[in-house]
Ligand binder design. Structure first.
Ligand code: B12
Ligand code: SF4
Length: 480
């Protein structure tokens, strides 16, 4: 069968059985577009190539759509974005595509692939190319030349069978030269996507990025794609992106998923000034590190429409934090949280339970810490040692680790630190969540969401069964 070597189908795998998607609590709460794929698709199209996207996360029952696309369009390439928990599903889908047309080349990219490098191609014959780091330029060059030999950032199998890595890419793409992400390639955009419940004041809402990378090192964080680099869009570009989202898609609220939105203070100040001088009628959320905001900036951000800020706390135990993160200063973090709240911006705390070295006492300290602060919303992840994170290499010395990729979604204690049991961690996890929701400060906050985020309440009540089941049993609720 003839194939179109200038065409690629990009796929975001669901990561598990489609039948379980409707009851997956984390998916019910948050369906976000695959922004990396949208960026790649826009770039390839600008370069004269053809790219389409099928997002199985937003549309779980997509196997037949994928088959149909391969049958109808004969793409030369099929590309998968892979986190660790989605990787094996990508392998399954690569098999499905090659069963339709064995000529098709399977390319994988994303955090899991960038972390595993040669091992990916060596272990999975069905995969032809792995892109390490950013996807735009290597994929363009591969599709234009048909050979990976002279392209940086690719792992492939030579004709002799040897697996080779062509080496890391150079300084990376200039983000201001990238076209805006191809949101139009996503079926049902923006309605098919949902920000986390109670994380937005209005809808339609959406997520986007204005920078790539983070220069810090935290033990649990996989930085394989961007390594320690930090690049960002100029304030002009971000303003243009926001205006486009508003005008083209009717977006009223944006969630910036940048690791470090405020690392460049000047850029954020300039953006805020533009949003104040030429208002777009939009609000936004972002994530920051406590070191990179201050009172003056926060008030400016509030004036420009900032609605909620997320920041990593991880644990309220100072000794444990110092083992896993630079600048482990819980007093400074607490001051920043109060300052954000004082500026009239909601605070979302990002925490983790089950880090190596976690004890009953450290969990209690985390609860004490969080419950004394004006934290409006929080996310408690179950620590998961991802390949590519600094702690991964020594994880087996620190406790028991069951490396089951599909379960590595931060909703399962796949790692149990020495001195703890999985059962006890699960009990304490439930206790942490239920104690949070019993706090009058938090309860009142959710009541105010009746008028601050009415759309969230409608989603919440519509999925009440799944949320109650999660709250009672801590089950992710996939078919069980
Ligand atoms: C936004 C985000 C989310 C969103 C949505 C994810 C989504 N639908 O894309 C939400 C909140 C839902 C989420 C959930 C999860 N996330 Co998340 N998330 C992120 C975050 C902050 C940004 C992702 C992003 O858009 N990056 C920017 C784009 C431009 O980069 P990119 O996606 O890596 O894509 C580039 C390259 O990787 C490459 N590439 C990617 N795909 C492909 C495909 C091909 C064919 C090619 C050639 C190249 C290529 O090219 C792209 C453009 O240059 C990252 C951290 C980060 N900064 O990247 C974590 C991150 C991806 N998440 C992570 C994790 C662990 C999760 C969860 C498992 C747990 C959790 N609750 O956080 C779930 C799993 C969800 C899933 N289905 O896979 C880890 C992944 C680690 C790993 N090895 O798996 C990361 C890296 C955070 C970290 N540092 O530990 N996440
Ligand atoms: S957890 Fe946050 S601060 Fe730490 S390395 Fe990852 S992105 Fe950077």
């Amino acid at each position: 069968m003839a194939i179109d070597t200038k065409r690629i189908l990009l796929i975001h795998p669901l990561g598990y059985n489609a039948a379980d998607a409707a009851s997956d609590i984390s998916r019910v709460a948050n369906i976000m577009p695959p922004l990396g794929l949208c960026s790649i698709a826009a770039y390839l199209e600008e370069q004269g190539l053809t790219a389409d996207i099928i997002d199985c996360f937003a549309h779980p029952d997509s196997d037949s759509k994928i088959k149909n696309y391969v049958e109808t369009h004969d793409p030369g390439y099929v590309g998968f974005t892979c986190t660790t928990n989605g990787f094996l599903d990508a392998v399954r889908l690569a098999e499905l595509c090659k069963a339709v047309n064995s000529e098709i080349k399977a390319v994988v990219g994303g955090p899991h692939v960038s972390a595993m490098k040669e091992k990916i191609i060596a272990q999975y014959d069905i995969l032809d190319f792995a892109v390490i780091g950013e996807g735009e330029e290597p994929l363009r060059d591969l599709m234009k030349s048909g050979s990976a030999d002279d392209i940086k950032g690719i792992v492939f199998r030579k004709s002799c069978g040897e697996v080779t890595f062509t080496g890391f890419q150079g300084k990376g793409v200039n983000l201001d030269e990238l076209p805006l992400p191809a949101y139009d390639k996503l079926e049902g955009y923006p309605q098919a996507y949902q920000l986390p419940i109670f994380n937005y004041p209005s809808h339609p809402n959406a997520s986007c990025l204005s920078s790539r990378g983070c220069p810090y090192i935290c033990s649990y964080c996989d930085r394989s794609v961007f390594r320690r680099s930090f690049r960002y869009n100029s304030a002009d570009y971000v303003y243009r992106h926001m205006a486009y989202m508003n005008e083209r898609w009717g977006i009223k609220h944006l969630n910036f998923y940048d690791d470090q939105f405020s690392l460049n203070r000047q850029r954020v100040e300039a953006l805020c000034q533009m949003l104040i001088d030429r208002p777009l009628g939009m609000t936004f959320n972002c994530a920051v590190r406590a070191e990179h905001v201050d009172k003056a900036l926060l008030h400016r951000m509030k004036e420009a429409g900032c609605w909620m800020i997320s920041l990593g706390i991880e644990t309220g135990d100072p000794d444990l934090l110092a083992q896993h993160r630079e600048n482990a200063d819980l007093d400074m973090l607490a001051d920043t949280i109060r300052t954000i709240s004082g500026a009239g911006i909601r605070v979302k705390g990002l925490l983790m339970m089950g880090l190596p070295g976690e004890t009953e006492q450290s969990i209690q300290r985390s609860m004490d810490y969080v419950f004394k602060l004006p934290i409006d919303d929080f996310n408690l992840a179950k620590f998961t040692p991802f390949p590519g994170s600094p702690i991964y290499d020594k994880i087996h010395q620190l406790g028991e680790f069951e490396e089951d990729y599909a379960a590595m979604d931060c909703m399962n204690f796949v790692f149990v630190t020495k001195g703890m049991t999985r059962e006890r961690l699960d009990e304490l996890f439930l206790k942490f969540y239920s104690s949070h929701f019993k706090r009058p400060y938090v309860l009142w906050g959710y009541v105010t969401m009746l008028w601050k985020s009415p759309h969230s309440w409608r989603r919440f009540t519509g999925n009440l069964f799944s949320f109650l089941k999660f709250a009672r049993s801590n089950e992710r609720i996939r078919g069980n």
